[in-house]
Design a protein around this ligand. Structure first.
Ligand SMILES: Cc1cc2nc3c(=O)[nH]c(=O)nc-3n(C[C@H](O)[C@H](O)[C@H](O)COP(=O)(O)OP(=O)(O)OC[C@H]3O[C@@H](n4cnc5c(N)ncnc54)[C@H](O)[C@@H]3O)c2cc1C
Length: 754
């Protein structure tokens, strides 16, 4: 059993025998059904327990504390009413405290922000006392700590240092052995960095603040990994990532699709990695300045989020893969951060119809919504089960501080989800039950640490060459904004987004991100990988997808080997050893060294991962007479998903967009000769498609039924004709809006009418 974060402190030696006992909720021996929330440690100083039961009270959390002396004990609980920032009625997160099986009369979580709520006085015998947190609602009650005292005048600890004193944490934080590379954050970028470095023979510590790896790509958040790997200048980059990347069919989907165990196994398989789950980096200790006079990190302090113990992890090099750029900020690295107008945070969710209707309470504290105030949740396309999703676009906080307001943003998302779900039940689906809501928010943008190069969207679109270009970024410049249609009711904090895709990224080969975006310009032994690298807000739109983030990690892991063996900094690697680094990027992902100085070798039997890429084997547009415009050449905006699973497509795949979205795909064909041309369109028919998809051919609307197969055996359907002059262009636009199902875009084909 883990030691409790408890101290009973005797204040007075003699007759009064006054004492204080502090119990941190995260240190409870059993969390029962409560979730350990570590997302807001920077805001409120500690992890806490969250009763995230989706409206059903969760099982009790339990602890034992030693009462030094029989008598009257005053009880306080550090908690909050989480809807109080909006003065919403009803206090959703109520819970009770039981001591030795007896319920205290006070109900907790009923008012105000984080504070010590008095719980009255209890008579306790000396010896072990059983404490239990008893959830009353299942609606995200929260408990940070419990304080007991038999001193009539004592008050609960006001500051974190008071709490540290009460917990008896040592003055001197113990230090670990020295690692070659300390990787902070265990999402795709951190995992890529740790594995790549370990395969180079480096001694690596991987610190991750959650019980699972994968970051946004874990089962806790359920974002599926996108971005093309194994292509461009260094086609072996990405092979490591593909060893553990998910192949989820839906986002959000099923817990198992996100492969937490597979990810952990990939890390544990590397003997060079010491994995520290549930460790949150809270401080960076400066070392002596480097020869160039810049800052250096000597160690990072990590809090064990369950026991409260702290350890300093010493390292030669550090990699900030926290997403938030937290290590860089702690070490004094320069960064940019948009406080308004940034990408938001999502708590995705799912619901299902239920055979046995379950009750759903009134939620007056949730956002009060009507059906038109939010998009319909939809069935996922690729699964037969009825699985309804609140997807990525349940996103808010665009104008809230991306760090200081993070808990508010998560709670606003919860209010939106519960409000929408209540409306769904009331108006359309009385049998619905809420099957999953992410308690851990998915964040997209906060600090962008500055490197020697700050990559811009212009660099990417204009394909500016950098000598150190490496990781291929293939995703469009995907920026999010509040969706106007749903922003009317809560214009101060809209909770539904739309994606705007800037074009110009080479989706096939990828644009090579320079290595100099992957280390800090002013902390000399700090790398970064993932969404906190040195790019502008606009460029983040493409580099932030997880397979791309993972490849940044691979590059960092390899560069760390060069830095360690050549006794230099990440910058020194660029300045003096770039060719050597490039040689490492050319090596297969499976190559490894038996030890630091031994040569790289590919273990016998290692094979590069087989990646289900967009199939190359579609119908070659050049094989068709006339003019063909593939979906890959169309100007697309809105939430299109690319795919190639259904056979018979033109080019390398097709794309589809959900019902109710504002997606459009505009195909423009320039016709070489004047006269009349027949316009044909191709899609893959499916039961979930729109029967009334709108296509505009040179300003004239046509409706097509995409559930039915096209009338031609080659899969094309004639949708009209146009008469043009030689060299004139014709535009054909497919629109999802107003359709009664998914719309599907593959290609258009124009043939001259004889
Ligand atoms: C709703 C949503 C939808 C998205 N859609 C897609 C998509 O379809 N496909 C795609 O590929 N990408 C998508 N993205 C973007 C992508 O998820 C992120 O950009 C990506 O996860 C960033 O990777 P990362 O490794 O930098 O950070 P993360 O995935 O956030 O991983 C960082 C990890 O570090 C941990 N950590 C943070 N601070 C500390 C600390 N102080 N100490 C220790 N550990 C710490 C975090 O808990 C986390 O587990 C989406 C994002 C969101 C939120």
């Amino acid at each position: 059993m883990k030691p409790l974060r408890i101290l009973s402190l005797l204040l007075l030696p003699a007759a009064a025998r006054a004492a204080e006992i502090l119990v941190e909720a995260e240190s409870f021996a059993s969390h029962g059904g409560w979730t350990l929330d570590t997302q807001f440690i920077e805001i409120m100083g500690s992890p806490y327990l969250l009763a995230h039961g989706l409206g059903r009270p969760v099982a009790d959390a339990a602890a034992k504390v030693r009462i030094p002396e029989a008598g009257q004990w005053r009880v306080f609980v550090r908690t909050k009413d989480w809807v109080s920032p909006w003065q919403a009625p009803g206090a959703p997160g109520k819970f009770s405290l039981l001591i030795n099986g007896k319920v205290l009369p006070e109900t907790f979580g009923t008012s105000g922000g984080w504070h010590w709520q008095p719980g009255g006085t209890v008579e306790l015998p000396a010896g072990d006392a059983a404490i239990a947190l008893h959830d009353l609602t299942g609606f995200d009650g929260r408990c940070d700590a419990i304080y007991l005292t038999n001193d009539a005048n004592a008050v609960p600890p006001a500051t974190l240092s008071d709490r540290r004193r009460l917990l008896g944490l040592p003055e001197q934080t113990p230090e670990s052995e020295e690692y070659d590379l300390v990787v902070c954050g265990g999402g795709y970028s951190g995992m890529g960095a740790a594995i790549a470095a370990a395969r180079q023979g480096l001694k690596v510590a991987l610190l991750q603040n959650r019980p699972v790896l994968g970051g946004n790509g874990s089962s806790e958040i359920q974002v599926w990994a996108q971005g093309g790997t194994m292509r461009g200048l260094y086609p072996h980059l990405g092979e490591i990532i593909e060893e553990f990347a998910d192949h989820a069919a839906n986002s959000p989907g099923e817990v198992d699709e996100y492969g937490d165990a597979r990810k952990e196994a990939a890390i544990r398989a590397e003997s060079g990695i010491a994995l520290f789950l549930n460790h949150h980096v809270i401080a960076a200790v400066q070392g002596d300045a480097s020869l160039s006079g810049h800052r250096m990190i000597r160690s990072v302090t990590a809090l064990d989020t369950r026991s409260g113990r702290e350890v300093r992890f010493r390292g030669k090099l550090f990699a900030d893969c926290t997403g938030h750029g937290s290590v860089g900020a702690l070490a004094g690295a320069s960064f940019t951060m948009l406080e308004k107008g940034h990408l938001g945070m999502s708590n995705m969710w799912s619901w299902q119809p239920s055979a046995t209707p379950s009750p759903w309470p009134d939620t007056p504290w949730a956002l009060q919504l009507e059906p038109g105030d939010f998009p319909p949740t939809r069935k996922a396309e690729k699964t037969a089960s009825l699985f309804h999703k609140g997807e990525w676009f349940w996103e808010s906080g665009f104008d809230r501080h991306p760090l200081n307001d993070l808990e508010l943003t998560r709670d606003w998302n919860l209010r939106a989800v519960y409000g929408a779900f209540g409306t769904l039940r009331r108006t359309a689906n009385p049998d619905a039950h809420l099957s999953w809501v992410a308690a851990i928010g998915g964040t997209r943008e906060s600090r962008l640490l500055q490197g020697d190069v700050v990559l811009t969207d212009r660099d990417i679109v204009e394909k500016r060459p950098f000598p150190d270009g490496c990781v291929p970024t293939t995703w469009d410049l995907d920026l999010h904004y509040p969706k106007e249609q749903y922003a009317k009711k809560f214009p101060d904090n809209p909770f539904i987004s739309r994606a705007q895709f800037g074009k110009g990224v080479d989706r096939e080969n990828g644009y090579p991100i320079p290595y100099r975006c992957l280390y800090s310009k002013d902390v000399d032994n700090l790398f970064m990988a993932g969404r906190c690298i040195s790019v502008t807000h606009e460029a983040l739109g493409t580099v932030r997808v997880m397979r791309t983030c993972g490849m940044m990690g691979e590059v960092v892991g390899k560069a760390a080997w060069v830095a360690v063996t050549r006794g230099t900094t990440p910058r020194g690697v660029y300045q003096s050893h770039l060719d050597e680094l490039k040689e490492l990027w050319r090596q297969p992902g499976g190559a490894r060294r038996a030890s630091l100085r031994e040569p790289l070798a590919v273990p016998p039997g290692w094979k590069p991962p087989v990646v289900a890429k967009r199939a190359a084997g579609g119908l070659d547009p050049k094989s068709l007479p006339g003019v063909v415009v593939d979906d890959s050449q169309a100007a697309c905006s809105g939430p299109w998903t690319e795919a190639s699973g259904l056979p018979g497509f033109v080019g390398k795949g097709y794309r589809y967009a959900p019902q109710g979205s504002d997606a459009t795909a505009r195909f423009v064909a320039t016709l070489p000769t004047g006269g009349t041309w027949e316009v044909r369109m191709k899609w893959a028919p499916h039961a979930n498609r729109a029967t009334n998809a709108r296509v505009t051919v040179s300003g004239r609307d046509v409706r097509i039924n995409q559930r039915k197969a096209a009338d031609r055996p080659d899969g094309f359907q004639s949708i009209g004709s146009v008469t043009v002059k030689a060299g004139e262009s014709v535009s054909v636009t497919l629109t999802a809006e107003g359709g009664d199902g998914f719309v599907h875009a593959d290609a258009i084909w124009l043939v001259p009418v004889p």
